[in-house]
Design a protein around this ligand. Structure first.
Ligand SMILES: C[S@@+](CC[C@H](N)C(=O)[O-])C[C@H]1O[C@@H](n2cnc3c(N)ncnc32)[C@H](O)[C@@H]1O
Length: 259
């Protein structure tokens, strides 16, 4: 049976269950450190710079940047749940940051306010409208100061297609089992995710769809937004152990500068 998807799935999917189902990627401090090492290696970043963590989820990259002495981080995400969770953690650890709940396509923030915009952890390709990702990249361009840099970390669609796995499951702790069924349709993956608690029964049965990019189409996305010096590295695989981590296994890092 073909997987049907509500086009607004991304507006409600990123909640406390996402922090469980994707914990192996988004709640692993060591992994986040490796990702932030890449940010610091690829961008000419310094502690005084204004950094926007766009689609930043529950703030893991911003927190790691704060711990490394970057004091001007702003976290923007659509999910109010993740923003609230980030605020609570930031106040616990005394991270001084800004938090904004907004749509990355149209943030409402003033132009030219950031030295760097980062879009980490495969946060493109969710919105049904074909121009949604170019609007997000265009908004990043608008928000950057002249000479500012964008860094995008997304799944490598060519690698996903090559090692396509239509069924996957993993356990989290003693209680949670996550099952995923996937269909590859052109340049999109449609997925159904079922999450079972051994104690409580079914706690999630939802579907989603994600548009895939390869190095060429990702590069084009940045070119079309007028970024210069666009570069895409395709061999980013930060997990230490083998496994099916969904869209987080094989990733690309794209960078571009606003002139
Ligand atoms: C897979 S999570 C990654 C979060 C974070 N970057 C990380 O690596 O932990 C994708 C995030 O993108 C956010 N997102 C997707 N589309 C968005 C949009 N149009 N505006 C703002 N946030 C968006 C979601 O709410 C979610 O938190």
């Amino acid at each position: 049976m073909s997987i049907e998807v509500d086009s607004d799935w991304w507006k409600t999917m990123f909640d406390e269950i996402y922090l469980l189902t994707d914990a192996r990627s988004v709640c692993d401090k060591e992994l986040t450190c490796r990702e932030v090492d890449v940010i610091c290696e690829f961008l000419p970043i310094n502690p005084e710079h204004m950094i926007l963590d766009l689609c930043g989820g529950h703030g893991r990259h911003s927190f790691e940047l704060c711990e490394r002495g970057f004091t001007e981080c702003t976290l923007l995400d659509y999910s109010q749940f993740l923003i609230d969770s980030a605020k609570a953690q930031a106040s616990q650890y005394n991270y001084s940051m800004e938090f904004i709940q907004s749509d990355a396509r149209n943030t409402g923030l003033p132009s030219e306010s950031f030295d760097h915009v980062i879009i980490m952890g495969n946060s493109l390709g969710y919105i049904h409208e074909p121009d949604a990702d170019s609007r997000i990249i265009g908004e990043a361009f608008r928000l950057l100061r002249p000479q500012g840099w964008l860094l995008v970390d997304v799944t490598d669609g060519a690698a996903v297609e090559k090692s396509f796995n239509s069924n996957a499951w993993h356990e989290i702790g003693d209680d949670i089992v996550v099952g995923r069924q996937r269909e590859l349709r052109g340049k999109q993956i449609y997925a159904r995710e079922m999450v079972l608690s051994k104690a409580k029964g079914l706690i999630r049965d939802r579907t989603y769809a994600i548009r895939l990019y390869d190095a060429q189409s990702l590069s084009l996305l940045l070119d079309q937004a007028d970024f210069k010096q666009v570069d895409v590295q395709t061999d980013f695989a930060p997990h230490r152990y083998k496994g099916d981590y969904g869209f987080m296994n094989h990733r690309m890092i794209a960078t571009g500068q606003k002139r």
